[in-house]
Each structure stands twice: as structure tokens, then as C-alpha cells.
Design a protein around this ligand. Structure first.
Ligand code: HEM
Length: 261
């Protein structure tokens, strides 16, 4: 009998290695599944840290929030790096098994969607789907203020943001760009020495948003490399659809105020 090594038992490694079921004999399919699973788990790790950041900020523990944001950004860099081995697959190798994906698409990832919701991207299209289909994890997330909402409430509590511009329930809606919020970040960046904690939080948030946009941009390039102008398995027109999503920025006023600095 094989001895039960604690590494295998603790990490449930045997079960983990049962979770890949290629549907063809194509060389690249196993690797495609492994990388998709690795990214899915990393989405969860990022979500865990962002959740911690939100809790910390809600409890006025801004240093803890900044530490959690920095950890999330580290994991996001690992997520970005996952596109490297994905590009080890050539377009013809992808074509060799793409058909067996049927309508599977990363767009259906609940972990990814909850990450977007947590950060504050809550477009009506996705909110409506959750209302209709009631995915519990996503419905729960939409019932809470996003990380950005929480950051803005914290800023208001510090006297940096007019209470009239502070986000309020219901939370299940898209954040609209507001001039008062842009003004608040502008003031902080005009004099970081007077607002060191607010400035550190802003930089932590921006790094997370930046890493997220880098991941989206690399995904788009991989899609162009694999599909050219073909539509996606999820039913969109592929790269063109993703190009529009690439325009989105998390924490928008943190980007727009820079024009006036
Ligand atoms: C050969 C590799 C890949 C191709 C060609 C590809 C293609 C696409 C396409 C065309 C879409 C748009 C929706 C659709 O019609 O399907 C999409 C969405 C998406 N993909 Fe991929 N993808 C690849 C790998 C991955 C991997 C490894 C992940 C991570 C698990 C991933 C995560 C996502 C996510 C999260 C979305 C939704 C984005 C959003 O809603 O903003 N993709 N993908």
C-alpha cells in the first residue's frame, strides 16, 4: 500500500489531480484545463484578500486594508503570468480541441464575476442575470457595498469627501463617475503629506485596478492570437467584445483626476 504522505492528505492532492478531464487526445488540452483551473483558484485568492481589505476598511483599519491590497496585487501579477504558458499553445493546437468546449466560457466564472462585483463593476447586464438566476454567492455580493463604496464611505468619515457624494444602498448598481469624488482624490494627491493614509489607500487601490486592466489586456491579446476575428464560445463576437470591456476602469475617479493634477 502507498504510504499516505501528509502533503498529499493535507492538500487533497490526489483529488486535485482527478479534476482534469480532457475530452480529446489533443496535446494542448490538458494544459489548457490546468491553466484555466490555476487562474480560477488565483481569482479566489485575490477575492479573499480584497474581501479582507473591505472588512478592514469598514472597521477603520486602513493599514490592514493596504496590506491586503498589496497581497492581492501580488497574486494578480501571478495571474498575469499565467498567459505566458497559455501562449505556448499555437492557434492550430487550440483549434484541435476547441469544439469540445461547446459553449463553455470564462464569462460564466462565478468567482471572476464576484471579484468584479466586489471591486465595484456592477453593470445592469450582470446584475439583471443575478436577479433572474439568483446565483447565491453573487446575490450575496450584490447586497454589500463594493470595495470602492467602502473606500468612499471611509474617505467621507475622514472628512475628505462630502457626505452628499457618499455611496449608499441599494448597492446592486453601477458606480457613476462623480465630480465630488474626483475632487476628493485631487485634494489628496495635491498634498499627500497632509493625507498620508488616504494617499496610501489610493495607491493600493490603483495598483489593484492597474493589475486588473493588465490581465484584461493580455487576455484580449491571447484571444486575438488564438481566434483572430472568430466569435467566442460564450456567444459574443470575441475580440471586439473584449475590446469594449478593456475600456472599463475600476475606481474611475482615481484615474480621471490626474488630468487636473
Ligand atoms: C485560448 C484561451 C482563451 C480564449 C481564446 C478565450 C476567449 C474568450 C472570449 C472570446 C471571451 C468573450 C466571451 C465569449 O464569447 O466566450 C472570453 C471571456 C472571458 N474569459 Fe477567456 N479565453 C481564453 C482563456 C481564458 C482563461 C484561461 C481564463 C481564466 C480562467 C479566461 C477567463 C475569461 C473571463 C473571466 C471572461 C469574461 C470577461 C468579462 O466578462 O469581462 N479566459 N474569453
Amino acid at each position: 500500500m502507498t504510504p499516505a504522505f501528509e502533503y498529499v492528505t493535507y492538500g487533497r492532492m490526489d483529488e486535485l489531480h482527478q479534476l482534469q478531464s480532457p475530452r480529446t487526445g489533443a496535446r494542448a488540452e490538458l494544459n489548457f484545463i490546468l491553466l484555466s483551473q490555476a487562474e480560477e483558484l488565483l481569482f479566489r485568492a485575490v477575492g479573499d484578500d480584497l474581501h479582507t481589505a473591505r472588512e478592514a476598511l469598514g472597521g477603520d483599519r486602513v493599514e490592514d486594508a493596504c496590506a491586503a491590497l498589496a497581497r492581492a496585487a501580488r497574486t494578480q501579477r501571478a495571474l498575469l503570468a499565467c498567459w505566458e504558458p497559455m501562449n505556448g499553445m499555437t492557434a492550430d493546437e487550440f483549434v484541435a480541441f476547441r469544439e469540445v468546449l461547446k459553449n463553455a466560457s470564462g464569462e460564466q466564472s462565478v468567482t471572476y464575476r464576484s471579484l468584479e462585483f466586489l471591486l465595484g463593476n456592477r453593470p445592469e447586464r450582470h446584475v439583471g442575470t443575478v436577479r433572474r438566476e439568483g446565483t447565491p454567492l453573487l446575490a450575496e455580493e450584490l447586497g454589500r457595498p463594493s470595495l470602492y463604496d467602502t473606500a468612499l464611505v471611509w474617505l467621507a468619515g475622514r472628512g475628505c469627501l462630502d457626505p452628499s457624494a457618499t455611496p449608499r444602498a441599494p448597492w446592486a448598481r453601477q458606480h457613476e463617475l462623480r465630480a465630488e469624488i474626483e475632487d476628493a482624490w485631487l485634494e489628496i494627491y495635491r498634498d499627500p503629506g497632509t493625507h498620508p493614509q488616504e494617499f496610501r489607500l489610493a495607491e493600493g487601490l490603483l495598483e489593484v485596478a492597474y493589475q486588473f486592466s493588465l490581465w484584461r489586456a493580455a487576455h484580449l491579446l491571447v484571444v486575438e492570437r488564438m481566434l483572430g476575428g472568430k466569435g467566442g464560445t460564450g456567444g459574443t463576437d470575441g475580440a471586439s467584445w473584449l475590446r469594449v470591456i478593456n475600456e472599463h476602469r475600476f475606481f474611475p475617479e482615481l484615474w480621471t483626476f490626474r488630468t487636473r493634477l
